[in-house]
Design a protein around this ligand. Sequence first.
Ligand SMILES: [Zn+2]
Length: 412
Amino acid sequence: MLAIRNINELLIVPPGPVPGRAMRHIETLRSAAVLLDDERIAWFGPDADCDPPAGCPTLDAAGGCVLPGLIDCHTHTVFAGARADEFVRRLEGATYAQIAEAGGGIRRTVEAVRAATGDGLVALAQPRIQRMLANGVTTLEIKSGYGLNVDDELKMLLAIRRLQAHTPVELVATYLAAHTTPRERAGRADEYLDTVLAPAVLARIRDERLAEFCDVFCERTAFTVEQARRVLTTARQYGLIPRLHADQITQMGASALAAEVGALSADHLETIDDGGIDALKRAGTVPVLLPGCSFFLGVEQAPARRLLEADLPVALATDHNPGSCMIESLPLVMGIACTQMRLTPTEVVVAATANAAAALNRRHQVGAIAVGMQADLVVLDVPDHQSWMYELGRNCVRSVVKKGKVVVGLTW
Ligand SMILES: [Zn+2]
């Protein structure tokens, strides 16, 4: 049992998916308290009505704001190597294609990941995940996709599995072998896909529960719609739920494919068109926007307001990766969504909690304040969530509770 008292503003985020037009109207409670019974939310209401059992430990919110633990539903946080020099070259005017031709880009990260041991990958990712937790993230999706051969892709998935023992953050693994075609199979994408979609490989991922999702980068420089369809439908036969990188740079109809294969989410969507919006809506696919990526690259953002006005349950994630977005902080990305996409602070909170939970097939477990939901909560040192987004870039997290236990901050 744990009581969280002295909350100035409790954001009563409902379970997702919350449709776009409902995202800006979330009920709040002033002078509130929450009671946790083991791993679950047992009660919430006015602090004056809070009646914890004798000896119940208390977490003093000190007049701060409390909301569900954040969910980062799209990251590439397991990687090796750094590409700061490419960041500078881009600022100096080099294009992504020029950097790739000079040996840079994603294939450089692939070389570093192949050279790393599983232990090495775990040691590199662990402090990143710790910092994400300190920023309020309690559920984190991580993709493979820098191994680009069977052994190194499995090494990445096993590293994600092992990281779970080092953190209270719930980790969710996605198999992204179809990130790009490796250098040694350039021009032979189908042959590469034969290897990473081999029945023995997918059966091992299923039997050892190494991943829940299968993702594919559907893009002119990566895989066609036909190839992406093959990846997702093959993986689904082994229980992997489809999701995809869609409509980032080139409009190829990837959102329509997401709808066709019943993908749980379609992520990026910088170039989505009206047909794609209609397709996602019909299929109930969650659009996951990654404004940190466009911000980091200095390019056009996805049409977030159009997606919200179409009543789609928009989610937000960092896309943390060494090439196109080194931003680890989901709250910073939420602030970027406010200033660059014109989302309100309430909308971004819903996008990074209830709707992100829906994008990870966890809408009944996390991302909401409701009796019986898992007790994943963030306590902020600001009085309300508007002040949190206003203080763009400062870590305002005072305490984090995961499954009813205080994992950041102190209990009194
Ligand atoms: Zn990504």
